[in-house]
Design a binder for this molecule. Structure first.
Ligand SMILES: [Zn+2]
Length: 250
């Protein structure tokens, strides 16, 4: 297993998992980390065990409800609290969200003192979940929002995310016409650009978009839309920098 990473977050343990490295069988092959998708619970548990062993982290997870509520990680936990963003200031405890087309956003405060993970599908994007996560992280870290870094991970891209004219219009009204692409009479939504806009509006200056589309890469990623709803889940996670390592990276 080799979760994808970003140089922008190199001072904190973090990653975006892919399908590789797990034991689940089709259509959940192989590293399915979703326990509500119909996969064998023993396989999902083994996949989590492998992720914990590979990273040395505990994972603070939430019951995602397509909103913008942020919770603070008290310790590793299975999904219980309803929220779509997690902040962690505890080294060794990763803020974690699960996705399979929805947009995962990881954020880090200066010196990796605290981190956040946000889940933003179209509802969460419209609800400005990424901005809520950024504000909560800044408060937790005692740092200005402008000093946070954010990375937008693998999720369904503007190449594949066809939506209704009505939804496209709602997004254009909130984020500007540039988040909608007109193709063959239909509309495709750029959730990446919308979340970048939400983060910038909140004051985050450094934002990276990995630009990997889950629907375009069946070998690498689960995709709810491409796979007709029967598929696994990837996770995006980040943990604060170990205290001994702080101050090394500017
Ligand atoms: Zn695509």
């Amino acid at each position: 297993m080799a979760p994808l990473q970003s140089l922008l977050l190199r001072d904190v343990p973090h990653g975006f998992t892919t399908r590789a490295g797990g034991v689940s069988v089709a259509p959940f092959d192989a590293l399915n980390l979703g326990d509500q998708v119909g996969d064998d619970p023993a396989a999902v548990a083994e996949n989590w065990r492998r992720l914990e062993a590979a990273t040395g982290l505990g994972f603070s997870r939430v019951r995602q409800v397509h909103g913008a509520r942020v919770v603070t990680a008290a310790g590793p936990c299975a999904p219980g609290l309803e929220a779509d963003a997690v902040v962690s200031a505890r080294p060794g405890v990763a803020a974690c969200v699960a996705v399979a087309d929805c947009v995962p956003v990881l954020l880090a405060a200066p010196e990796g003192r605290a981190v956040a993970a946000v889940h933003a599908g179209w509802r969460g994007t419209l609800a400005l979940a990424a901005a809520e996560g950024a504000r909560a992280l800044a408060t937790a870290a005692g740092a200005p929002v402008g000093r946070l870094r954010a990375v937008i991970g693998p999720s369904i891209g503007p190449c594949c995310y066809q939506v209704s004219a009505d939804l496209a219009a709602r997004f254009a009204a909130v984020f500007g016409p540039e988040v909608v692409r007109r193709v063959d009479g239909g509309a495709r939504l750029d959730l990446w650009a919308a979340n970048v806009a939400a983060l910038r509006q909140a004051g985050v200056l450094e934002v990276e978009v990995l630009g990997r589309c889950t629907a375009c890469e069946p070998e690498a990623f689960f995709s709810h839309r491409r796979d007709g709803g029967r598929t696994g889940r990837m996770v995006a996670f980040a943990a604060p920098a170990p205290i001994s390592g702080r101050g090394v990276v500017p």
